[in-house]
Each structure stands twice: as structure tokens, then as C-alpha cells.
Design a protein around this ligand. Structure first.
Ligand code: PEP
Length: 251
């Protein structure tokens, strides 16, 4: 039986405040605390306050933002810093999501600066890594995820790396309906765990490694059973409260 599971909902650019409120009412009405897991919500920034207010009595539920800037403050119109997000009640932030890397051209260096900024602000970064289909077909998957992980934590003390969360999200599986087989996911997760131990020693064993990429209520149990899979990061299937309830209770 796995412990310390993490179920993370990435709502992307969906769920306005009113929708987020309705979602949380449905979810909270049916989701009882389970000792072996935490459930994280990553709403769009404009709906963060609604989620934070909804979960304020629940230690097993936490909220975060989907992105931050690497600077702490200043003239960066349209951006949100880690400390602004923390002040609005966020405890977590996604860093290096494949949409940030591939749609917005975020570099590995920028991802590293965002991880450092998150930790300065008291946010737990969920560091997303994953290969493209071309990289997988060229046999580069493990090299790519290790390189992305190393770059993301390059400015961080080993002891602090142990406080982060890592998410393996193959780019070809995100929002496509295709997901890695549990065996493929397990192989990459085992390699990530080895890399975390190489970076942070035994403390690297404590970092949750989530799988993400077209997870839904039908495939979640098999993915959670794979080696070193400590939870899931879910986009599309987290937008429907009933489906998210089913996923958050699985494993
Ligand atoms: C994601 O956005 O992190 C994700 C995994 O999306 P989806 O579940 O829709 O593939």
C-alpha cells in the first residue's frame, strides 16, 4: 500500500471564480479526508481565492498557482511573483509544465530560476519534466528528463530539493488521450528516483513523483500501481467534479 500520495488538479485556463466555487462545493460535499493522500488544486490565478477560501478548514487539501515569474517584485506587467501568490494563499506552484516550455518557449534556465523563486517565496514547486515524441522515439527519454530535472534544481541546496514535488509528464501524452503504459511510466519514474537520490542522497527518496498525461478514472489505478508513481497530475479529467472525485479516491 503506497503512502503520502498526491493528487493534483491542473485546471489550466478554465474555471472562472463562479465555476470554481460550484466545483469546490460539489467536491467538498463528497470528499472525506483520506490519511494516505493530499489533494492539490491549481486553478487559474483569478480563481485562486475561491479555492483557498473553500479549503481553509481542510489540512488535506492545498492550492497553488500554475506559473510564477522568477523575480520577486517589480515592473513585470502581467506577471505574478511567488510572494504575491503566497500572499493570496497559494502553497504550491507548477514549474516547467510542458505548455510553458513548448507553447511559451520557457527555457530550462528560466525553469531553474522559477524553482528558486518558488522556494524563496515559501511555495512548493511541482517540477514538470517530460520528453517529446521525437525524443522518445530517438531513445532519449531518460536523458531528457534527467537533464530537465538537473537544470530545474541547479540553484537549490540538496536538502531543499527533498521538499519539492516532481511530475513526469510525457509531452505526447498531455491532452491527447494517449498515456504512457504503467510499465513505461514506471521505468521513467525509477530513473527519476535514482536521479533524485544522486542529487539529494537518501532525502531524495521522500520526493513525490507524479505521473501526468491523459490520466482519467479508468486508467488511474493501473498508473498508480507502477513503480515509484506517488500520485498523478491531471488536466482535462480534473475539470469535472465527479470524475475528479473518482480519481482522488483511487489507488
Ligand atoms: C496536465 O496539464 O498537466 C495534464 C497532464 O493534462 P491532461 O491530463 O489533460 O493530459
Amino acid at each position: 500500500m503506497k503512502k503520502n500520495l498526491v493528487f493534483a488538479a491542473n485546471w489550466k485556463m478554465n474555471q472562472a471564480p463562479a465555476d470554481a466555487g460550484a466545483f469546490m462545493r460539489t467536491f467538498l460535499g463528497q470528499y472525506a479526508r483520506q490519511q494516505d493522500r493530499r489533494v492539490l488544486f491549481f486553478p487559474p490565478a483569478v480563481s485562486l481565492h475561491v479555492v483557498v477560501q473553500a479549503i481553509k478548514e481542510r489540512a488535506d487539501l492545498e492550492a497553488g498557482v500554475q506559473n510564477i515569474h522568477w523575480e520577486d517584485k517589480g515592473a513585470f506587467t502581467g506577471e505574478t511573483s511567488g510572494s504575491l501568490a503566497r500572499g493570496a494563499g497559494a502553497r504550491h506552484v507548477l514549474v516547467g509544465h510542458s505548455e510553458r516550455r513548448h507553447v511559451f518557449g520557457e527555457t530550462e534556465e528560466e525553469t531553474g530560476k522559477k524553482v528558486a523563486a518558488a522556494l524563496r517565496a515559501g511555495l512548493t514547486p511541482t517540477i514538470c519534466v517530460g520528453e517529446t515524441l521525437t525524443q522518445r522515439e530517438a531513445g532519449l527519454t531518460i536523458d531528457v528528463v534527467k537533464r530537465q530535472l538537473r537544470a530545474a534544481v541547479s540553484g537549490v541546496d540538496a536538502a531543499v530539493v527533498a521538499t519539492t514535488i516532481v511530475a513526469y509528464e510525457p509531452v505526447w501524452a498531455i491532452g491527447t488521450g494517449k498515456n504512457a503504459t504503467p510499465q513505461d511510466a514506471g521505468e521513467v519514474h525509477v530513473a527519476i528516483r535514482a536521479e533524485l537520490r544522486a542529487i539529494a542522497g537518501e532525502r531524495g527518496a521522500a520526493v513525490p513523483i507524479l505521473y501526468g498525461g491523459s490520466v482519467n478514472r479508468s486508467n488511474v489505478d493501473a498508473l498508480l500501481a507502477a513503480d515509484e508513481v506517488s500520485g498523478v497530475l491531471v488536466g482535462g479529467a480534473s475539470l469535472d467534479a465527479e470524475q475528479w472525485l473518482a480519481i482522488a479516491r483511487s489507488g
